[in-house]
Design a protein around this ligand. Structure first.
Ligand code: HEM
Ligand code: HEM
Length: 288
């Protein structure tokens, strides 16, 4: 029980931090937006510090739970790559915060979306979900490497499943919100090909935000385990069955590898639009 409770509190703290960061990033006063960028940088450094001090120190990169498929041997390299990306993103955000600190622009935003930019609600949803989603990936990989019987194993599952269910609920709300408040059309400054790519990436990301938590839940249920949501444990909905292997193949291999490609294209595309094509308003459509 103590371990489950610790996991619930950690999940609660991560969700609160993601809400605070998303709120500060889009606040009207410029100084608060700088604080938001600094919080985002701190989040990236926290992921890197967790990896370099806790994960590397745990010795599990060399001695993980026995591999279930040959693909599992890529996990240490995936975690190294993600930690290096987190560290570089943190440094990049510090650099952005320095530039942002010179701005005295007051951001005036409505709750609903406008034709050329996202409103407050869509921005909050995009950034809260993005932060939780990005945290869930290394956490899931590490959780799956922890050998049975390790003291903190259950706590990792409590945090992973609680955040996963929260993302799923937030995405349902986001889809309902999109029906209520029409999403802005893609920027005119994109070429025809870029518009097609950006549109395809957005649709695939919506699909991923639903399919990844659903396959996680179904895999867990067929495996005979409950799904934690904070201190509650939702019981499995079906009899235990080997079908969990099929759902596991989707949650653990197929969808994450597809996600790396689509998310990479999404983030690199946004960075290219802002910094290489020099469309200063690219990021401003959704943040700051
Ligand atoms: C931290 C990295 C991220 C950056 C820099 C970023 C950047 C952006 C930008 C600039 C837009 C606005 C595109 C436009 O002008 O129309 C956008 C939209 C979007 N992003 Fe991200 N994003 C990030 C992470 C994520 C993650 C992790 C997800 C989902 C798992 C995601 C899903 C989406 C979706 C679905 C849209 C379209 C929103 C809509 O029209 O409803 N993003 N992102
Ligand atoms: C947006 C939400 C989610 C994301 C992005 C996500 C992502 C991941 C990733 C990347 C892994 C590592 C796979 C591997 O390399 O073996 C993983 C593992 C896992 N996920 Fe999720 N997940 C999400 C939601 C959920 C939910 C809702 C559940 C259950 C209710 C769940 C249950 C699990 C379990 C049990 C594992 C470990 C499997 C093992 O021990 O081998 N996930 N997840």
């Amino acid at each position: 029980m103590y371990i489950e409770n610790t996991g619930s509190w950690v999940a609660f703290a991560i969700i609160l931090t993601s809400i605070l960061t998303a709120w500060a990033l889009n606040y009207s006063a410029p100084k608060v937006r700088v604080f938001g960028t600094l919080l985002a940088a701190l989040g990236c450094f926290a992921v890197a510090a967790w990896f370099f001090f806790f994960v590397v120190g745990s010795g599990l990169l060399e001695n993980p739970k026995p591999n279930q498929t040959p693909l599992d041997s890529a996990k240490p390299s995936l975690l190294w790559a993600q930690a290096i990306i987190a560290l570089s993103s943190g440094l990049f955000l510090l650099f952005i915060a320095r530039g942002q600190s010179k701005s005295n622009h007051t951001l005036v935003l409505a709750s609903t979306n406008e034709a050329g930019r996202y409103g407050r609600v869509s921005r909050m949803l995009h950034w809260i979900i993005a932060i939780l989603f990005l945290a869930l990936i290394p956490m899931g990989i590490f959780a799956s490497m922890i050998p049975e019987g390790t003291e903190y194993r259950v706590a990792y599952y409590v945090v992973h499943k609680t955040l996963g269910v929260s993302v799923f609920l937030l995405v349902l709300f986001r889809l309902a919100w999109n029906r209520f408040s029409k999403r802005p059309t893609l920027s005119d400054s994109l070429t025809h090909k870029e518009r097609k790519l950006a549109h395809g990436a957005h649709i695939t990301l919506y699909f991923m935000m639903l399919a990844i938590p659903v396959t996680g839940y179904v895999m867990t249920s067929y495996h005979g385990y409950g799904t934690y949501f904070f201190a509650w444990e939702l019981p499995p909905l079906w009899e235990q069955s080997d079908v969990y292997i099929v759902w596991g193949a989707m949650h653990k291999y197929l969808l994450p590898y597809l996600l790396y490609i689509v998310l990479g294209a999404h983030v690199l595309g946004a960075l290219k639009h802002q910094f290489i094509d020099k469309h200063d308003n690219a990021f401003k459509r959704i943040v700051s």
